[in-house]
Ligand binder design. Structure first.
Ligand code: GLN
Length: 475
């Protein structure tokens, strides 16, 4: 199986393969690995038909830049006339009447979309165990979770069901599954990619993200899907650099890199992860770069701030699923109120209901100031403090997660808080709206993959991607 888009392009050019052959191979792999439960729906016939068209375009020299790239979409990204349901029963049988801007831009460049992938319901979760379609298994160890919420999207890449996946990242949902499956997970700056056609979880945090085998593939996809969009007023007007070209640049000067002491030196950090992180730090120092441990006094506030603000935003965003306008509707309610109540109680899973309730609580008149307003202020402090660090350093480096993938069923009602605590390292960039990427950083003693996270200042994806690519090759 091909592990990079460059290899695929070369193989197509040499007539070693074709788009049709590629799609057939992926479909066979999907069938063989059905038990991992990655796909909510596979568009088999359609993908082959599309592949034929792209092969013709290649033959006539009119193909787009992504000809030969087979992509999977997390089930929160719209594709016109295709099912879309955020892995929730409440969107049962819903078909999207339009495509996300990101989807359209991929198709315009002749990418082939092979299906939609499972995720935690409405992208809420860190394990891909909360899906109306059932638990997703990690291909590296099938007794373990792939991470979440874009767990299936990460397995799809790691296990060769497609070359690239588009996921979404609100607090780590692309980066943490990437770490758990040995793939690259890129979360761009907030507002870099249009959110048009992305089902909202927490709108001031949500970004579309990219999962791939390597940094250059992520750079190319970002270059194609990022940028201005009439459909999304929050998207940045900043021009999109040629990420796919600059990604192979080596650092021109010595860099200054910070790591937050408490994250990397914490005694709670898994020993193998700590060792691998320090190995990279040593390698960077050996190359003449400055790497320094710094304090980040707001560390304890990251998780509470994230969970207050995201649940608040989720509770308002999910109000629209009322059993009337879309998807699932309860049978024979006794009156209108019962229609709303029963449709929502039956349609949403437990985790989503928990977050709607938490969010409603922090937004309620008596607690608004104590929780929501305060959390917004703390978010600003987090953002300013982090940007200040990034005005003195080029990057902040840390592990993506504090443990490798955990066992399916390890976290339940009784220790949910521990699961939330696992998001500590990824929510930082999301709160600050900054770009961050997780790259593979070896394995622990049991062969479970480890991720290394690099965070950069706003709109510094270009620099971050080139550095990550350089760092991937540094031992
Ligand atoms: N695990 C985090 C949460 O449950 C992140 C989710 C995400 O990024 N979509 O909120």
């Amino acid at each position: 199986m091909y592990k990079s888009f460059d290899e695929i392009k070369a193989a197509i050019a040499n007539k070693e393969t074709s788009c049709v052959a590629l799609v057939e191979n992926y479909l066979a792999r999907i069938e063989e690995k059905k038990h991992l439960n990655v796909w909510n729906e596979v568009y088999a016939d359609e993908a082959i038909a599309q592949a034929k068209k792209v092969d013709e375009k290649i033959a006539s020299g009119t193909a787009g830049r992504l000809a030969g790239m087979v992509v999977g979409l997390k089930d929160v990204i719209a594709y016109k006339d295709h099912g879309l349901q955020a892995s929730s029963k409440i969107l049962d049988k819903y078909v999207s009447p339009f495509s996300a801007t990101a989807t359209e831009r991929l198709l315009d460049e002749d990418a082939i979309i092979i299906g939609r992938q499972s995720c935690d319901e409405f992208a809420m979760g860190s394990s891909n165990e909360n899906s109306a379609f059932g638990v997703v298994k990690n291909n590296i160890d099938e007794t373990r979770v792939p991470g979440g919420s874009s767990g299936a999207s990460a397995v799809a890449v790691s296990d060769n069901h497609c070359l690239v996946s588009l996921g979404s990242d609100t607090g780590g949902s692309v980066r943490q599954p990437a770490a758990f499956t040995g793939t690259v997970g890129l979360k761009p700056t907030y507002s870099r990619i249009s959110r048009w056609g992305l089902i909202a979880y927490a709108s001031s945090f949500d970004t579309i993200g990219i999962i791939s085998h390597n940094v250059p593939d992520a750079a190319l996809v970002l270059e194609i899907i990022a940028g201005q969009d009439e459909q999304d007023a929050t998207v940045s007007q900043q021009p999109v650099p040629a990420y796919s070209t600059s990604v192979s640049d080596k650092p021109k000067e010595k860099l200054r890199i910070a790591y937050i002491k408490e994250t990397v030196e914490s005694e709670h950090l898994n020993k193998d992860i700590s060792e691998k992180t320090f190995n990279k730090i040593k390698a960077l120092k050996a190359e003449g770069h400055t790497v320094e441990g710094i304090e980040f006094p707001l560390l304890d506030y990251l998780l509470p701030t994230y969970y207050i603000l995201t649940t608040a935003e989720a509770s308002t965003n999910l109000e629209r699923f009322d059993g009337v306008r879309y998807g699932y509707r309860t049978d024979q309610p006794k009156d209108l109120e019962a229609l709303y109540k029963k449709s929502r109680s039956e349609g949403f899973g437990d985790e989503v209901k928990r977050r709607i309730m938490l969010g409603t609580f922090v937004l309620s008149a008596s607690y608004y100031d104590a929780y929501f307003s305060k959390a917004q202020k703390v978010r600003r402090l987090i953002k300013e403090t982090t940007e200040k660090i990034l005005s003195e350093y080029d990057f902040i480096l840390m592990p993506t997660t504090s443990t490798p993938s955990f066992k399916i069923g390890e976290y339940g009602e009784n220790n949910l808080l521990e699961l939330y605590l696992g998001d500590l390292y990824t929510v930082h960039a999301s709160l600050a709206g900054l770009p961050a990427i997780s790259i593979p950083n070896g394995e622990d003693k049991d062969g479970l993959t480890i991720g290394l996270q690099i965070m950069a200042n706003r709109f510094e994806e270009e620099k971050m991607l080139a550095f990550s690519n350089y760092l991937s090759e540094l031992d």
